[in-house]
Structures are given as C-alpha cells and as structure tokens.
Design a protein around this ligand. Structure first.
Ligand code: AMP
Length: 123
C-alpha cells in the first residue's frame, strides 16, 4: 500500500498551477482574491484566454463535492467579471475534466475564451 503521507506524482500541489499559486513560477494575473487566481493562458486559443483557478487544489470537477459548491460558483462569477473587464460581449467558459476531455493540468481551471467568433460544436 502506498505511504499515505507521500505525495502522488500528479498531486495538485505538484502541477504547474500549484507552482504558480505558490509564486514559484510567474504568471500574467488579471484577478486575485482569497479563493482564486486568474491569469492569462500561456498558449492562448483566442485574443482573450484566461484561466481561473481555485487556490484549493481540486483536481477537476469529478473531485468536487457539495462542500465545494460556493467555491465553484465563485469561480464562475469571477470568470464573468474577467470577461467583462476584458470587454468581451460574448465568451466561452470551458472546464475540461479528465484526459479524455483534453485536461492536461490536473488542477481545476475554468478557461475564459473570447475576442473572436467561436465555432460550435467544439472539437
Ligand atoms: P487543459 O488542457 O484544460 O488542462 O488546460 C491547461 C491550460 O493551461 C492550457 O491551455 C495551457 O496552455 C495552459 N498552461 C499551461 N502552463 C501554463 C502556464 N505556465 N501559464 C499559463 N497557462 C498555462
């Protein structure tokens, strides 16, 4: 059995976003509060591409519980605030959950994407 005190390889604290939250690597922030941080995606898919991440190290929505409902609501409200501050008339929010959905960083994040026409359905 694994040592319960050990940190799994993909533990949120070890993701790139954990390192950003701890100030170990830089980001381009657009919003910060006691519950979350929002910063520009390093590989933007549109003129505006911001990530909103909780300070709590949740892996993704599959890991969230009822106790996280206020936090999840807060992330969405911050996403809307960021979109408004960026001057977006319309925007898309995306939360990839799991490898099959394209999640590559295993610390929950809300993508806020806008500034160009967005096709539907997504790829
Ligand atoms: P996902 O594929 O949903 O897990 O999204 C992860 C996102 O994190 C991608 O859009 C990456 O471009 C972005 N990303 C990875 N590393 C960084 C970083 N150091 N700063 C900002 N965005 C990052």
């Amino acid at each position: 059995m694994a040592d319960p005190s050990s940190t799994p390889e993909n533990a949120p604290a070890d993701t790139i976003f954990g390192r950003i939250l701890r100030g170990e690597i830089p980001c381009d922030p657009v919003h910060s509060d006691e519950l979350c941080l929002a910063f520009r995606d390093v590989n933007p898919q549109a003129p505006v591409h911001v990530l909103v991440i909780p300070r709590k190290p949740l892996v993704n929505l599959a890991e969230a519980t009822g106790a996280d409902a206020p936090l999840l609501g807060h992330l969405l409200l911050v996403a809307a605030k960021v979109a408004s501050a960026e001057g977006l008339g319309g925007w898309r929010t995306v939360i990839n959950s799991g490898v099959e959905a394209g999640q590559t960083v295993f610390h929950l994040h809300v993508h806020v994407i806008g500034g160009r026409p967005l096709a539907w359905p997504p790829g």
